[in-house]
Design a protein around this ligand. Structure first.
Ligand code: SF4
Length: 261
């Protein structure tokens, strides 16, 4: 898929999101928030749902939590335009309540299709509801800062998932903010590891990773797939090997200095 084809496919999904009435969240929204970012990115950030400002503007992570997320990305030399940012539910839950399981399930096909189009190397989950989509049963207190292979049924056919606290939680306590900066500092190293895995899979002609892959950088709970339909077969995204990587064996400290583009 070319960049233009990815962009067009993402816009098609976005238009469906804006017209969607598949769950009760459609009733209270001002604007749906499909997500935004670079269609050629290797990294997708998945939050929970739009808040007040996002609902007004139709864009993800533009309030105080978004500002913190931008600062966290800047701490590893990335900009929000370098990644793709979306949520597990695309419409604002009333009074910013937690999204309900049936709302997450209703919205899941949109996220799955976005991931199928983007074919990221890394999915960063922001908050426990996003983490629950990719690491069912995990507890954020233990799982933050850890990674595991994505179940291809999520739409991310050969990616590593990395769990983080939601930036809104990090805004509430200095300690969580510190932890979040420490966690995001590991993401470039996870990207390098994922690039290596994808290259090895492509070279071996292997199918996409499974949650039981032995080369996962850290153990994590198994993924349940009952709420996400199987992805449609698509050709693999071109290798990311043309992006700058100083050394395949770079340490987390080294990797934190890398840039995506
Ligand atoms: Fe549709 Fe998702 Fe919005 Fe529910 S939250 S109305 S499923 S776009």
């Amino acid at each position: 898929m070319t960049r233009d084809e990815r962009q067009a496919a993402l816009e098609l999904i976005a238009n469906e999101v804006r017209a969607c009435t598949a769950c009760r969240l459609a009733e209270g929204r001002t604007r749906a928030v499909p997500g935004e970012g670079d269609p050629d990115t290797e990294v997708v950030l998945v939050g929970e749902g739009p808040g007040f400002n996002e609902d007004r503007e139709g864009r993800p992570f533009i309030g105080r939590a978004g500002a913190l997320l931008v600062r966290m990305l800047a701490s590893i030399g990335w900009q929000r335009e370098d990644v793709f940012i979306t949520n597990v539910v695309k419409c604002r839950p009333p009074d910013n309540r937690d999204p309900q399981p049936d709302e997450i399930a209703a919205c899941a096909p949109f996220l799955r299709r976005q991931l199928e189009v983007l074919d990221p190397s890394v999915v960063v989950t922001l908050g426990r509801y996003s983490m629950g989509t990719f690491m069912p049963g995990a507890r954020i207190g233990q799982a933050h800062g850890t990674t595991m292979p994505a179940d291809p049924a999520t739409g991310a056919r050969d990616a590593l998932v990395f769990a983080m606290y939601h930036p809104a939680a990090a805004l509430r306590t200095q300690a969580l903010e510190q932890v979040s900066f420490e966690d995001i500092a590991r993401v470039p190293a996870v990207l390098i590891t994922s690039r290596e895995r994808r290259a090895a899979h492509a070279e071996a002609g292997e199918p996409a990773a499974t949650p039981n892959d032995a080369d996962a950088p850290a153990p994590a709970p198994a993924i349940a797939t009952s709420h996400v339909p199987a992805p449609a077969a698509q050709p693999a995204k071109a290798s990311a090997s043309s992006l700058p990587v100083e050394s395949p064996a770079a340490s987390a400290d080294d990797a934190s200095q890398l840039t995506l583009f």
